[in-house]
Write a protein that binds this ligand. Structure first.
Ligand SMILES: [Zn+2]
Length: 244
């Protein structure tokens, strides 16, 4: 979704295959300006597609380097650490701030469900969204809306979060992926020029092209609550919700 980052699987991005990995070993491929570290494989999600970056630490022996930012630059995942000391060729151990990541996985998955209910019922398109550790923001275009209708979708989503509904992710060839109705939810997202799309499927509910991290079952989400709804001009709505 919004969250909509269309990517091919990168060999080093372990989180794309297994979003539950909390630790991994890695080798340092390069270090720029002492603090920007590229690894041969990583569990750290780089900022993108509406999902914030992961935090955690990179350890080399007894030395601990805190990961303060992770971004993707020229196709490489760069980990910004809080101090210098790592160097090319080093063997390191990565540990994720799992509490933060798991919250983001839960709220990211909740965002799919909420957007699917809203969009399929009203025909609205998502025009923007941003996950944060404590809340989720959605922008969408819809002529008529009120708090009541949003509460209805939150209630319906919460009902779904009490069920054992699996969430799966896999790759599909571009042509096949583009045949799925609604596979791209963002109003202005154009399919990128890549041969394979990563699809995130909430079984029986939604399939979309997406590069983020999600939980494996809707039960893991817990429950969500509406925080705020705003009118941002003609046809432009904004809503915030959070995990309970
Ligand atoms: Zn997603």
């Amino acid at each position: 979704m919004a969250i909509i980052r269309l990517v091919t699987l990168l060999a080093e991005a372990l989180y794309l295959e297994d979003s539950y990995l909390k630790e991994c070993d890695a080798a340092v491929v390069s270090v720029k300006d002492g603090k920007y570290v590229v690894l041969d494989q990583t569990i750290f999600y780089p900022k993108g597609g509406g999902q914030p970056w992961d935090t955690g630490s990179i350890m080399e022996g007894d030395e601990i380097y805190n990961v303060v930012y992770v971004g993707k630059f020229s196709g490489e995942i760069s980990h910004e650490v809080d101090r210098v000391g790592l160097s090319e060729g080093g063997r390191v151990h990565c540990i994720l701030n799992w509490e933060r990541r798991y919250k983001l996985m839960r709220s990211h998955t909740a965002a799919h469900v909420f957007a699917t209910l809203l969009c399929s019922d009203t025909g609205a398109l998502i025009t923007g969204n941003q996950l944060e550790e404590e809340k989720v923001r959605f922008d969408f275009n819809l002529e008529k809306f009120d708090r009541e209708i949003l509460t209805k979708y939150i209630d319906e989503a919460n009902e779904l979060f009490t069920k054992d509904i699996p969430v799966k992710w896999y790759e599909l060839p571009r042509e096949e992926a583009l045949k799925i109705p609604g596979v791209i939810k963002m109003a202005e997202a154009l399919p990128p020029d890549i041969p394979y799309f990563r699809i995130v499927e909430i079984v029986g509910l939604d399939k979309q092209a997406d590069g983020g991290t999600h939980v494996k079952n809707l039960r893991e989400v817990g429950q969500i609550k509406l925080l705020k709804a705003e009118n941002k001009g003609k046809n432009n709505r904004r809503v915030y919700f959070s995990l309970i």
